[in-house]
Design a protein around this ligand. Structure first.
Ligand code: NAI
Ligand code: MG
Length: 353
C-alpha cells in the first residue's frame, strides 16, 4: 500500500466548497485502486485565519508543510477582509517561491459538453509549461529621478539553468503525449533574452530527436490560440508569456471554473503544490454552485505527479463523461450544484472498479 501524505489548504470562499468534493473524489479513486491511500491533513490558513491571528499562516507554516508530499490548495483571497496583496504574498506566493516550485503547468483542453467561446474550437488539447522562477518577473531594476526625468528600469533574468529545465520538462511531457513542443519566443523584438531562449531551445531539442518542434513569436502564438488552438501539444514559455497565454487558455476552455494548474518542485527538496486557476469567487460563495471540475482536474494532475497517470487519465474521462451528459454547474450552462457534480463523478469512478 502506497500512502501519500497531503497537506490540504481549502483557503477562502469557494475553495471551501470545491476542495471537499475533490477530496471525496481522491478517496474514491484510492478505494477503486486498492493499493493507494491518501492521508489528508487540513490547515485552516486563510483570510479568516488572518483576522484571528494577524498572519496568513503560522511562523513555522512552511516548516510544517515541508513534511508533506504535496500541497492541495483551494483558493486564497477575501478582499472584504484583507487586501489581496497581503493574503496572496502571505501564503500562496510564499509557498511557490520558498519551495522552489520552478515550473507551472496549465492544461487547456476542450471538455465534452462545455461550450468554448470559439466558433470552431476543433478539439484542442494543450499543456503550457511556464517557467515559474525567473524571466520577466524579477525584482532587479530600479527607479530614479522625479518629474520629467523620472525613469524605471526592469530587468528580465534568463539563466541557462532556469530556461533549460523548463524546456526539458516540456520535452519529457511531450514524449508522453503527442510528441510536439512549441517554443514561445519573441526574438525579433527582444534583443538579448529571446535569442538566448531560442539558442537553449535549439540545444535542448537535440537531445529529443523523436519530438517535433515549432517556434512562434508570442504575438502570433496568442492569435493562433484563438484561430487554431488544435495545432498545439506542449508549449514552453517564459514566466510572463506563459502567464498571459494560460489565461487565454482558460478563456477558450469555456470557464475559469474548470481550469487546473500545478506548481512543480523539480529538485525533490520541497513538496509541489496543486491549485486550480480560479480564485475564491466571493460573488458566488455560499450558494453551492461553484464548479468543482477545476479542483478535481487539479487532483488529477496530482495523481499524474505521483506516477498514477493511468488512473489520472480514467478520472479525466469520467469528468468529461459527466459534463458531456449535461451534469454541469451554472457557469458552464447547467443546473447542477457543486455537490451533485462531485457525487456524480464519485459514483462513476466507483463504477470503474
Ligand atoms: P475568481 O477566479 O475568484 O472569479 C472570477 C469570476 O469567475 C467570478 O465571476 C467567479 O464567480 C467565477 N468563478 C471562479 N471560479 C469559479 C468556479 N469554480 N465556478 C464557477 N464560477 C467561478 O477571481 P476574482 O474575482 O478576480 O478574485 C476573487 C478573489 O480570489 C480575490 O481575493 C483574488 O485575489 C483571489 N484569487 C486567488 C487565486 C488563487 O488563490 N490562486 C487566483 C485568482 C484570484
Ligand atoms: Mg495570471
Amino acid at each position: 500500500m502506497r500512502t501519500f501524505e497531503i497537506a490540504v489548504i481549502p483557503g477562502d470562499g469557494i475553495g471551501k466548497e470545491v476542495v471537499p468534493e475533490a477530496l471525496k473524489v481522491l478517496e474514491t479513486v484510492a478505494d477503486v485502486h486498492g493499493g493507494l491511500k491518501f492521508q489528508f491533513t487540513q490547515f485552516p490558513w486563510s483570510c479568516d485565519y488572518y483576522v484571528e491571528h494577524g498572519e496568513m499562516m503560522p511562523k513555522d507554516g512552511l516548516n510544517i508543510l515541508s513534511n508533506f508530499e504535496a500541497i492541495f490548495l483551494g483558493a486564497i483571497g477575501n478582499p472584504k477582509l484583507i487586501p489581496d496583496h497581503i493574503s496572496l504574498w502571505g501564503l500562496l506566493i510564499k509557498i511557490r517561491r520558498e519551495f522552489e516550485q520552478v515550473i507551472n503547468i496549465r492544461p487547456a483542453k476542450l471538455l465534452k459538453g462545455v461550450t468554448s467561446p470559439l466558433v470552431n474550437p476543433n478539439d484542442f488539447d494543450i499543456i503550457v509549461v511556464r517557467e515559474n522562477s525567473e524571466g520577466e518577473y524579477s525584482e532587479i531594476g530600479g527607479r530614479i529621478h522625479k518629474g520629467e526625468d523620472e525613469m524605471a528600469i526592469q530587468n528580465a533574468v534568463f539563466t541557462r539553468k532556469g530556461v533549460e529545465r523548463a524546456m526539458r520538462y516540456a520535452f519529457e511531457l511531450a514524449k508522453k503525449r503527442r510528441g510536439h513542443v512549441t517554443s514561445a519566443t519573441k526574438s525579433n523584438g527582444i534583443f538579448h533574452s529571446m535569442p538566448f531562449w531560442d539558442l537553449v531551445f535549439k540545444d535542448v531539442k537535440e537531445d529529443y530527436p523523436d519530438v517535433d518542434t515549432a517556434s512562434y513569436h508570442i504575438d502570433a502564438l496568442a492569435a493562433f490560440f484563438v484561430t487554431r488552438p488544435h495545432i498545439f501539444d506542449v508549449i514552453v514559455a517564459s514566466n510572463l508569456f506563459g502567464d498571459i497565454l494560460t489565461d487565454l487558455g482558460g478563456a477558450i476552455m469555456g470557464s475559469i471554473g474548470i481550469a487546473p494548474a500545478a506548481n512543480i518542485n523539480l529538485n525533490g527538496k520541497y513538496p509541489s503544490m496543486f491549485e486550480p486557476v480560479h480564485g475564491s469567487a466571493p460573488d458566488i460563495y455560499g450558494r453551492g454552485i461553484a464548479n468543482p471540475i477545476g479542483q478535481i482536474w487539479t487532483a488529477k494532475m496530482m495523481l499524474d505527479h505521483f506516477g498514477e497517470d493511468e488512473l489520472g487519465k480514467k478520472l479525466l474521462k469520467v469528468m468529461e463523461d459527466v459534463t458531456g451528459d449535461g451534469i454541469k454547474t451554472p457557469d458552464i450552462g447547467g443546473k447542477a450544484t457543486t455537490r451533485e457534480v462531485g457525487e456524480e463523478i464519485c459514483k462513476r469512478v466507483r463504477g470503474l472498479a
